[in-house]
Design a protein around this ligand. Structure first.
Ligand code: PMP
Length: 389
């Protein structure tokens, strides 16, 4: 068998996707007019699979901040902060994130994926233990694997399963990190963080929460699910991304542990990749400012999320356990998912197709993400098109 033979199976998978209509992995957005409207494969389309929760990608102040930064600081940093140095705005963004999360330390990475790899590989090593929620994102799995720590999964959102795992660790819980998400990216369900914090304290373990999908969505000030459940100051490491509610690109970690500052010297996904560009940092800072000063965005997001969740539930679709801006419609099987995804696209509605193995329980889903920028009429149109399936 040659090196390239393994791609035969990949080619078959790809052809299988194309046989059913458009291939979701290669679908082209010809134009993007606004946070919720674009031209996809030549057709005017409502965008309902963007993670653009606060709808800030076209916000005039965010765009202006990005343009100004590019004009004053150039198009890119052309290297890592370790080798090429930091721009003052990297530090300002880190200070603003630390202030937002009410902790002393924050660190910016070039993507959310890199943030998870960077934090997990800095923190964990051979001999350490990680207890990982079974439905955790691929970047969390990858970071744990790269770290060399012993990995044990516990049942998704099941505190009894987590407790049993902790009990079995006996003397090792001091070097154990529990890894969960605030809101899970496929089904939109929240972690029982208050109970998880109680367990981490009981066993003297540490806790990392990925708030990628909950930043700007949950909590009185939009910090996420840890804030909503009153345990923000009990979480050891909060990680997240700028690529969803902040409409940019990049990732971060915030922590009350001062060792976070030392991750800069050991975290390879931080040290060996180019730092975020001036424009990305500037739009992120402006979006964070808007998130903090415009609570109406969150209210609008929730009104839209409740409308879509309620509408789809009334139609009898099987959805995740609770309303959230991430709404996954469970499909009978892979073939139905592909066919229905194509029908929605032809009707001018773009949603995400989620197929195994990237899905909980190996099921297939049509995943909608709701934005504060959707109008109630757009949400009604999405529901209407689902009704036709
Ligand atoms: N964590 C979670 C839970 C995610 O869903 C994602 C992206 N979908 C990431 C991390 C990675 O973020 P990014 O795309 O910004 O690299």
């Amino acid at each position: 068998m040659s090196l390239l033979d393994k791609f035969t199976a990949v080619q078959q998978l790809k052809s299988g996707l194309a046989d059913t209509g458009k291939d979701p992995t290669t679908v082209v957005f010809d134009n993007i007019h606004t946070a919720t409207r674009g031209v996809v494969e030549g057709r005017e389309t409502i965008l309902a699979g963007t993670n653009n929760y606060l709808g800030l990608t076209f916000d005039p102040d965010c765009v202006a901040a990005g343009v100004e930064a590019m004009q004053t600081h150039g198009t890119g940093t052309t290297g890592s902060r370790m080798a090429n140095g930091s721009y003052s705005t990297h530090g300002k963004l880190e200070a603003e994130l630390a202030d937002f999360y009410h902790c002393e330390n924050a660190m910016v990475f070039s993507t959310g994926y890199a943030a998870n790899l960077g934090v997990l590989t800095a923190l964990l090593g051979k001999g350490d233990v990680v207890l990982l929620d079974a439905d955790a994102h691929a970047s969390l799995y990858d970071g744990c694997r790269m770290s060399g720590a012993d990995i044990f999964r516990f049942k998704h959102n099941d505190v009894h399963s987590l407790e049993r795992r902790l009990e079995r660790l006996e003397g090792r819980t001091g070097s154990c990190l529990i890894v969960v998400e605030g809101v899970y990216s496929v089904l939109g369900d929240r972690a029982p963080l208050a109970q998880i914090v109680r367990l981490k304290e009981k066993f003297n373990a540490s806790l990392l929460v990925d708030e990628a999908h909950s930043l700007g969505v949950y909590g009185a000030s939009g910090c996420g699910v840890a804030e909503e459940q009153g345990v923000l100051n009990k979480v050891d490491f909060i990680v997240g991304t700028f690529s969803k509610s902040l409409g940019a690109m990049g990732g971060f970690c915030a922590s009350h542990h001062d060792v976070l500052g030392l991750f800069r010297y050991v975290s390879r996904p931080f040290m060996f990749t180019a730092s975020p560009s001036p424009a990305v940092v500037a739009t992120t800072r402006e979006a964070l400012h808007q998130l903090r000063t415009r609570p109406g965005l969150k209210d609008k997001l929730w009104s839209n999320a409740n409308q879509l969740y309620g509408g789809l539930r009334e139609l009898g679709f099987e959805l995740g356990p609770e309303a959230s801006p991430v709404i996954a419609v469970r499909c009978r099987n892979r073939e139905t998912a592909l066919a229905d995804w194509n029908k929605l696209l032809e009707a001018g509605v773009y949603v995400n197709m989620m197929l195994p193995p990237a899905t909980p329980g190996g099921a297939s889903f049509l995943r909608c993400s709701v934005s504060a920028a959707h109008t109630p009429e757009q949400i009604s149109k999405i529901i209407e098109e689902f009704a036709r399936l």
